[in-house]
Design a protein around this ligand. Structure first.
Ligand code: HEC
Length: 141
């Protein structure tokens, strides 16, 4: 009985901190909870507003950005036919800043994912791997 109650308390507490974590996002946009294993779900929730539904760089918020997001379906084509997995992963994570591109218009997701995945070791990394693989699947032939 006591054990069960403990479990419930833990659960409610985790949900509360999750809800709090969801509010801590760049630009204060509420961050929807998504599955770390669904690239499509995460892409639609976190990326499509800027990068566009199909990755073409035509999302609804583009008019207010200083830098137009690049076409994410031509990453392979623009990299001599090889998908630049490492660079993509690091761009999402924020360890390769778009500073290389001379701007910081691309949000840094590593710390955000680490916050929402608090307590789940490796969840942020899984999210970024899933996203990088999802982008690989969008490449033009
Ligand atoms: C607020 C708008 C915005 C959001 C949201 C956003 N991006 Fe970006 N992204 C950009 C912009 C702008 C650039 C170009 C930055 C530059 O060149 O300085 C970019 C660049 C990139 C690049 C590098 C592309 C290249 O040609 O090298 C990748 C990869 C990328 N974004 C992936 C993502 C993913 C994955 C997400 C969601 C987790 C995401 N972005 C969310 C605006 C955004």
């Amino acid at each position: 009985m006591a054990k069960r109650r403990m479990l419930l308390v833990t659960l409610v507490f985790s949900l509360a901190s999750l809800a709090a974590a969801q509010k801590r996002v760049p630009g204060e946009i509420p961050l929807p909870r998504t599955s770390p294993t669904s690239g499509l779900e995460m892409y639609r929730a976190y990326c499509a507003d800027c990068h566009g539904e199909k990755g073409k760089g035509d999302g609804p918020v583009v008019p207010v950005l200083k830098v137009v997001p690049p076409d994410l379906t031509t990453l392979t084509k623009r990299n001599s036919g090889k998908f630049p997995y490492d660079r993509v992963y690091k761009t999402i994570d924020g360890s390769v800043a778009a500073a290389a591109h001379g701007s910081r218009e691309m949000p840094i997701w590593g710390p955000v994912f680490r916050t929402i995945g608090k307590g789940h070791k490796g969840e942020a990394e899984l999210r970024m791997k899933t996203l990088a693989n999802f982008l690989a699947s969008l490449q033009e032939k």
